[in-house]
Design a protein around this ligand. Structure first.
Ligand code: XMP
Length: 522
């Protein structure tokens, strides 16, 4: 049996990949195509269903994005979302106009069904209560419905759903794909299983298979390099490419002097030793620490580390190119949230990612990019890594910033301070793991403060540094809550750090959320 595919036509919504994700969550395969995809391309996928995404435009704008209207008459079930609904109405002979009242944000929707007059929900709303909480974001509304359509849902202000079983078209004005529509997943499930007849037998193994095939085809006989950070994203991306082209992938892993304790060694052991990746490990710690000497400004630290990283990476890449007769491709572990972040208005998030993405290098070295995880979210990448047989130690690793411990050492970064923080950090992580909290917490780590205070150990007066402990819950790192760690865990962390790390005699706990704080201290 072939893979059942749902085709999502993208009209430029920021939520389109979320629709794809919701569909994957139901173990159904989906592809996202631009709305302008030719009809033949849509048909080539032999879709069991079509989803028309939302989008920022108005259907009556001169340059409104449009799909070939014949997609509405293929006989394949269609689900229109927001702009998708308006596109359907507009192209099948109804009327859309600017709404007198815009609807943005939370709303209550009454699921009605005017066809039976009995308030019986359509198949799309099967199993849902008569009223649901939704996320709306539109300024237009459908005024007149095309022939054969009826209204299936509404808010206090406007129409919120339409359907025509005869034409096999269903549409909603709200966004079932976002988590602000808590029962939205049920609507998507209904579309897939009640309406499209999906089997729900798609697995990450299928993703791996098709990605590996695509990479093989793309790369041909070429050579590929990849910058490994030791984190989940770059490791999984590298593994996928490795599966496709084996030793023609060379990974570069740089010790920038501000990695965690033993990390330079353990990443190599895991990825080269256990998984067979071809890794060039470059111990450039001394070079980086030299560049950091005397620097206290957080942004200068970041910039120096970023520039040095690119310099080291470029040198290695050139060496590899000489050995292999040329390098054509660069693998990056870019995830969908990174794509969104870097396409958004310029803000701090731009700076955050610049280091990650070996900025400027692909252009300078004329490298083409392979980004096999571009459509995925973090938890999906972990699932794929599991399927690839990667160790949990890598897959469940908490995020770690590119500039590493440098942004957790306030003031100057010196080899002595790095060593102190590595010890304290190891204790925090070990105790959080021992308490069974590591996978529940977004990030947990120690910060070294340039604050000396007086203490007493045995009969000795001490005068030493302060460590701050930080642990936060977060969905995506954009906002975060400080974690209410159990007192006994805090107590073990504190007493171990003070007893075991000579040079730190005081431990404090950071109880600041983001905003107004940030997760990292610098
Ligand atoms: P903040 O501190 O801005 O961090 O609340 C949000 C998330 O981003 C990580 N982070 C970085 N990652 N380079 C990176 O690759 C950076 O310069 C950087 N600064 C912060 C941070 O660990 C958290 O997950």
């Amino acid at each position: 049996m072939g893979t059942q595919t749902v085709v999502i036509l993208d009209f430029g919504s920021q939520y389109t990949q979320l629709i794809a994700r919701r569909i994957r969550e139901q173990s159904v395969f989906s592809v996202v195509l631009p709305c302008t995809a030719p009809l033949s391309e849509v048909q080539a996928h032999q879709p069991i269903g079509l989803v028309l995404s939302g989008g920022p435009s108005s259907v009556y704008d001169a340059d409104a994005p449009a799909a070939d209207p014949r997609v509405l008459s293929l006989g394949v079930p269609v689900l229109g979302i927001c702009y998708g609904l308006q596109f359907i109405v507009h192209h099948l002979g109804g009327k859309v106009r600017p709404a007198p009242k815009h609807e943005y944000g939370h709303a209550e929707v009454l699921l009605e069904d005017r066809s039976t007059g009995q308030g019986r929900p359509t198949q799309l709303f099967a199993g849902l209560p008569p009223s649901i909480h939704v996320w709306m974001s539109h300024g237009d509304e459908a005024l007149e419905l095309p022939t054969g359509f009826r209204r299936t849902a509404g808010t206090a202000n406007a129409l919120a759903g339409i359907a025509s079983e005869e034409r096999r078209i269903w549409a909603v004005q709200f966004h079932p794909e976002v988590h602000h529509t808590p029962l939205g997943a049920q609507i998507i499930k209904n579309f897939l299983f009640e309406i499209c007849g999906a089997r729900g037998d798609w697995t990450p193994a299928h993703f791996i298979e098709s990605t590996v095939a695509q990479v093989r085809e793309k790369v041909g006989a070429g050579h590929v390099i990849c910058g490994l950070s030791g984190g989940v994203d770059s490791s999984v991306a590298a593994m996928l490419v490795h599966r496709a082209i084996g030793s023609r992938l060379t990974c570069i892993f740089v010790n920038n002097g501000v990695l965690r304790k033993n990390e330079f060694h353990s990443v190599q052991e895991n990825l080269r030793g256990k998984l067979g990746l071809n890794i060039v490990a470059v111990n450039a710690a001394a070079r980086f620490l030299e560049k950091l000497a005397g620097v206290t400004d957080p942004e200068i630290k970041r910039k120096r580390i970023g520039a040095e990283f690119i310099a080291v990476f470029e040198e290695e890449a050139q060496r590899i190119a000489q050995q292999t007769g040329g390098v054509d491709w660069l693998v990056q572990g870019t995830l969908y949230p990174d794509v969104i972040e870097s396409s958004s208005v310029k803000g701090p998030s731009q700076t955050i990612k610049s280091h990650h993405n070996v900025g400027g290098l692909p252009e300078r070295m004329k490298l083409k990019l392979i980004e096999p995880l571009r459509d995925l979210f973090k938890d999906e990448v972990r699932r794929i890594g599991r399927d690839l047989g990667m160790p949990e130690e890598i897959l469940s690793r908490q995020p770690f910033p590119g500039p590493g411990l440098a942004v957790r050492i306030l003031g100057e970064v010196t080899p002595e301070r790095v060593a102190l923080l590595q010890e304290a950090d190891e204790i925090v992580v070990a105790e959080i793991k021992a308490a069974g909290l590591y996978n529940k917490i977004w990030q947990s780590f120690a910060v070294l403060l340039p604050v000396m205070s007086v203490g007493v150990m045995g009969d000795q007066r001490t005068y030493a540094y302060t460590a701050a402990v930080r642990a936060v819950y977060s969905e995506d790192g954009m906002t975060a809550d400080w974690a209410q760690l159990p007192y006994d865990v805090l107590q073990r962390i504190s007493s171990r750090i003070v007893n075991e790390v000579r040079g730190i005699n005081r431990v404090v706990y950071d109880i600041t959320s983001k905003p107004p704080g940030t997760i990292e201290w610098e």
